[in-house]
Design a protein around this ligand. Structure first.
Ligand code: B12
Length: 444
């Protein structure tokens, strides 16, 4: 049944690509939708609003890549950002995940600087060293930093013309699940990223018949997996996985040479999907898909940089993420109540009973989950710690229990009424009256 659906989607694609309807560069080379440039500009504007006072972002290299691939002309204040990025890279060069190192290397390349000699550091050499540690001596089936990060590390090597080690190429082939996916919790995101990595790695093994063939099989299986995960959300928009996994999936399918009928519809929904509360990471990742440029273009000889537009008069980067511990700016005079439940024993039943449940009263309607948690903390009935990321605040500790990332633990956010995982994090999620949010210590 699924195969039939994929075949139908592929057949339908030919029709759409030949039609004269304006389309999107990520789908095929038809006439470009006239509103696209303006929509790209809106996304860049939002990123500029989210820029921190030091001219960086929560994830500076991810944002740099997003704008450089989306519309490099629009990147005002680039030199100030490069200086901040260099300082941030130096501070975390020995602790960053392989994906973050990959972001740094590709962002440096995207601004036409050398990732082998950036601020005196060879980022490519660090990625090679880090990749070796990903599977350790254990029988790990997933890389230490996850497949998404692993894929970014491989892409960074590949686009800087660094040979991808054979052991890594074999992981691309052997790490794939039988349905063509990679990873568990966010398999569409991870498969999209690994698909790009596999495509890049295949270019390097031109003369090795077997590796080339196995990588082609992996690419086809990953593409099929992504095509079988096309579905509408509750607002009628159509995504591959969800809104946030769609960019990497679209770019992966484009580079795999797969044209499919729904592509322009999905690209249209994505380009028109900017929401006021959307986090930096979502925009940084969406921009390349909007312009149809994956990071793989950085490896081509044609990649050149332009002098960006000047800094607009009066622009001051000033975004500071939500403070989570300050009680004075928490209002407790609203009219709804929200429950916060905690399940801190791994493997426990998700439908309850829970280790604790607290009701937070007088919550302002429209407050984010993070604000509700802060209110509860200030009232002394809940305790938590977070760390900032490009998707907002990431919950690391609940009621004194810290998820151990090195053994792949995390605090999952679940709607205890519907048992659905929240599709966004605590900074973006707005709970409704009577909702019960479950924080469940889980393993990925
Ligand atoms: C890997 C991953 C995870 C891992 C992170 C652990 C790890 N060490 O790798 C796990 C499985 C634990 C995870 C959990 C969650 N994730 Co997640 N995650 C990803 C994924 C696939 C890749 C992130 C990455 O490695 N980026 C590359 C590195 C180099 O960049 P980075 O900035 O250092 O990445 C870090 C952050 O992204 C952070 N992180 C991961 N997920 C989330 C989610 C939120 C809301 C925040 C604030 C931070 C965060 O962990 C990464 C590694 O340290 C992204 C997909 C994507 N498109 O970005 C989704 C993604 C970011 N996650 C998402 C979601 C929704 C969640 C959860 C809220 C799911 C849930 N209901 O429980 C939880 C977070 C709960 C919490 N404690 O706050 C969404 C965010 C959408 C949004 N608008 O907020 C994404 C985009 C997936 C998707 N397509 O929906 N995630």
């Amino acid at each position: 049944m699924l195969k039939l659906f994929v075949i139908l989607v592929l057949l339908f694609s030919a029709v759409i690509c030949k039609s004269s309807e304006p389309g999107y560069p990520v789908c095929c080379d038809s006439t470009i939708d006239l509103s696209l440039q303006g929509l790209i500009q809106d996304h860049v504007d939002r990123l500029m609003d989210l820029r921190h006072p030091d001219w960086g972002w929560a994830n500076t290299p991810e944002a740099v890549l997003g704008i450089q691939l989306g519309d490099m002309q629009a990147f005002f204040g680039l030199n100030k950002t490069i200086a901040t990025m260099e300082a941030e890279m130096k501070a975390e060069i020995y602790t960053a995940s392989v994906g973050k190192l990959g972001y740094y290397a590709m962002a440096v390349q995207s601004v036409c600087e050398d990732p082998r000699e950036f601020g005196g550091i060879n980022i490519i050499a660090r990625i090679l060293t880090n990749l070796k540690t990903q599977f350790g001596e254990t029988t790990r089936t997933q890389p230490k930093d996850g497949w998404y990060s692993y894929g970014l590390g491989i892409q960074a090597l590949c686009v800087s013309n660094q040979h991808v080690p054979i052991s890594t190429t074999l992981r691309i082939i052997n790490g794939q699940s039988s349905d063509g996916s990679y990873g568990t919790v966010h398999s569409v995101d991870e498969t999209g990223q690994m698909l790009l990595a596999a495509i890049c790695a295949r270019k390097q093994v031109k003369n090795n018949f077997f590796l080339k063939r196995w990588l082609t099989l992996a690419i086809n299986k990953a593409s099929t997996f992504l095509l079988t995960d096309i579905n509408p959300d509750n607002t009628g928009n159509i995504w591959i996985g969800n809104k946030y996994s769609t960019p990497a999936a679209l770019l992966g399918l484009q580079k795999a040479g797969v044209t499919f009928g729904m592509c322009n519809v999905i690209a249209h929904d994505l380009a028109n999907g900017l929401e006021a509360t959307e986090p930096e990471g979502a925009i940084s990742e969406r921009l390349p898909a909007m312009s149809g440029k994956s990071v793989l273009v950085l490896g081509s000889d044609d990649w050149t940089c332009v002098v960006p537009d000047p800094i607009p008069a009066g622009y001051v980067p000033s975004y500071t993420p939500d403070a989570t511990s300050e009680c004075y700016n928490v209002s407790a005079s609203g009219h709804i109540s929200v429950k916060l439940s905690v399940q801190d024993s791994i493997g426990a039943n998700v439908s309850g009973p829970y280790d604790s449940t607290q009701q937070v009263n007088n919550v302002e309607n429209g407050n984010t989950l993070l604000q509700v948690m802060t209110q509860a903390q200030c009232e002394g009935i809940f305790q938590f710690e977070t760390t900032p990321s490009s998707f907002g605040e990431y919950v690391v500790t609940v009621n004194g229990v810290t998820a151990n990332d090195t053994i792949h633990q995390y605090w999952a956010l679940i709607n205890a009424n519907t048992l659905q995982y929240l599709s966004v994090g605590v900074s973006q999620y707005v709970p409704g009256d009577g909702e019960n949010i479950l924080f469940q210590l889980s393993v990925w």
